[in-house]
Design a protein around this ligand. Structure first.
Ligand code: ZN
Length: 344
C-alpha cells in the first residue's frame, strides 16, 4: 500500500482504531483461477427491494464466455431490457449503485450481488429481474453467495482476463478519499470514522483470494442510523428497510436483537460495497484499493478516473500457472476500453 499525503494524514489521526489486517502472502497474492467461470445451472430467489419495498424475483442464468455480467429486466420488452453491468452505465450512487442502459431502463442496488459474483469468481452471467431493484435479502452478500454455490460454478474454455492497474489513481472530495495502486492480486483496505460510539473508527485490510470474500466480507450487512432511516421513510425511500435487512444504530445501541455478525461489521460492509462497485470495471482488477470514509460515488469516480487514460491500466490474460502475462505477449486482440461484450 502506498500512502499518499492525504491518507497518511487521515490515518495518523486515527486513535483507538478497531484494526484488523489480513496479510496478503506471496502464495495467495494471485487472482482466483485462470479460466472464465459461469454458473452450472439456472437458480432463482425472491425478496423485497430495499427502497421500493416491492417483491422482486431474481434469476441467475449461465452465460457464454466473454459475456460479462448482464442484467435483464423481464418486465421490459426487447433490447431495452438488457443493462450491461459496467462502470459507464452507473447513473446514481446516492443510496446504492444504480445502472441504466441508453433506453433508460435501470436496475438499482446491484452492489451486494455484484460483490458476490466477484467474490465467487463468476465472470459470465445473465441476471434476470422482474423489477427495477435487486432484492435486499438480509442486507449482505451472503444469500447471493449461497445462491451461486447452490447453482455451482462451471469452468469455461476461455482464459480469464483481468485489468491490471499500472499507476496510482486517486479521487478525493471533502470528507472522503479513494485510491487504487498497482499490486499483486486484488486487495482492499478501508477506514471509516463515524461520529457514533457504536461504529466509531474501524479499519480492515484483506487480500481477495481463496475464499476470503465469503469468510470475511460476504456476511457483513448494510447499516444505518435510526434518525437517517426515519428521514428516508419520510421521503418515501428505504420502504423495504427493516431490522431484517440492515444493522440499525440508535445512539449507543444496536437495535438488532442478535447484535453484530462481526465486531467491525460496518467497515467490512463498506469493503463489500467496494468489491461490488469495482467489479463494474468489467473484469477482475489487479491492484490495491484503499478507501477512507468513501462510498458508491467514490468507487464509480475512481473507475471513471482509471479508464479516462488508457495508460492507467492494461488487460492481462491469467495463465495456467496463476501468474499474469501481458495481453500483447499472448496474441489477444488489443482492446482500448473494458467494455463488456454483450454476446448472449
Ligand atoms: Zn451495501
Amino acid at each position: 500500500m502506498t500512502a499518499s499525503k492525504t491518507d497518511r494524514t487521515k490515518t495518523d489521526s486515527i486513535e483507538h482504531v478497531s484494526e484488523h489486517v489480513i496479510v496478503d502472502t506471496p502464495s495467495t497474492s494471485k487472482l482466483n483461477g485462470f479460466r472464465q467461470h459461469t454458473l452450472k445451472t439456472i437458480i432463482s430467489c425472491t425478496g423485497i427491494g430495499l427502497h421500493s419495498g416491492s417483491k422482486v424475483k431474481l434469476t441467475l442464468h449461465p452465460a457464454e464466455p466473454d459475456t460479462g455480467i448482464l442484467f435483464k429486466r423481464t418486465d421490459v420488452n426487447g433490447d431495452k431490457a438488457i443493462i450491461p453491468a459496467s462502470w459507464d452505465n452507473v447513473v446514481d450512487t446516492q443510496l446504492c449503485t444504480t445502472i441504466a442502459n441508453d433506453a433508460g431502463t435501470s436496475v438499482a442496488t446491484i452492489e451486494h450481488l455484484m460483490a458476490a459474483l466477484a467474490g465467487c469468481g463468476i465472470d459470465n452471467a445473465m441476471i434476470e429481474i422482474d423489477g427495477p431493484e435487486v432484492p435486499v435479502m438480509d442486507g449482505s452478500s451472503a444469500p447471493f453467495v449461497f445462491l451461486i454455490e447452490c447453482a455451482g460454478t462451471l469452468e469455461q474454455d476461455r482464459p480469464r482476463r483481468a485489468i491490471r492497474i499500472e499507476k496510482k489513481i486517486e479521487v478525493e472530495e471533502d470528507g472522503w478519499y479513494a485510491a487504487i495502486t498497482p499490486g499483486d492480486g486484488f486487495s482492499v483496505a478501508f477506514e471509516i470514522d463515524f461520529d457514533s460510539p457504536v461504529v466509531s473508527r474501524q479499519s480492515f485490510t484483506i487480500g481477495l483470494i481463496n475464499g476470503t470474500f465469503k469468510r470475511e466480507l460476504a456476511r457483513a450487512r448494510t447499516f444505518g442510523f435510526l434518525h437517517e432511516v426515519e428521514a428516508l421513510w419520510e421521503l418515501g425511500l428505504a420502504k423495504g428497510g427493516s431490522l431484517e435487512n440492515a444493522v440499525v444504530v440508535s445512539g449507543d445501541k444496536i437495535l438488532n436483537e442478535d447484535g453484530l455478525r462481526f465486531d467491525d461489521e460496518f467497515v467490512r460492509h463498506k469493503m463489500l460495497d467496494a468489491v461490488g462497485d469495482l467489479y463494474l470495471a468489467g473484469a477482475p482488477l489487479i491492484g490495491h484499493f484503499h478507501g477512507i470514509c468513501s462510498g458508491h460515488a467514490a468507487n464509480n469516480q475512481l473507475l471513471r478516473a482509471v479508464f479516462a487514460d488508457p495508460s492507467n491500466w492494461s488487460y492481462v490474460e491469467l495463465r495456467a500457472d496463476l501468474t499474469t502475462a501481458s495481453v500483447g505477449d499472448h496474441g489477444l486482440p488489443e482492446v482500448t476500453e473494458p467494455a463488456l461484450a454483450a454476446t448472449a
